[in-house]
Design a protein around this ligand. Structure first.
Ligand code: 9UX
Length: 69
């Protein structure tokens, strides 16, 4: 079943940051869609059986802080 998970993401200051976070989250198994908002400091991740810890780890590997909202 498809799920949508909201993450807070801190440290993004430009569109390149948004792109880095988006591509990192999209590489996590099960993720089908990622919408990152620089203004809201959020990442909305959609997918099936998504491991939230893996999403957070992928985002933090890029140098940003993430947490499930
Ligand atoms: Mo967003 Mo950066 O730039 O070095 S990717 S601030």
């Amino acid at each position: 079943m498809s799920q949508t998970i909201e993450f807070s993401v801190t440290g993004m200051t430009c569109d390149h940051c948004v792109h880095a976070v988006t591509t990192a989250a999209k590489d996590v198994p099960g993720v089908t869609d990622v919408k990152v908002s620089l203004e809201d400091k959020k990442a909305i991740v959609t997918g099936d059986a998504v491991d939230t810890a893996k999403v957070i780890a992928a985002i933090e590997e890029e140098g940003y802080e993430a947490a499930v909202v």
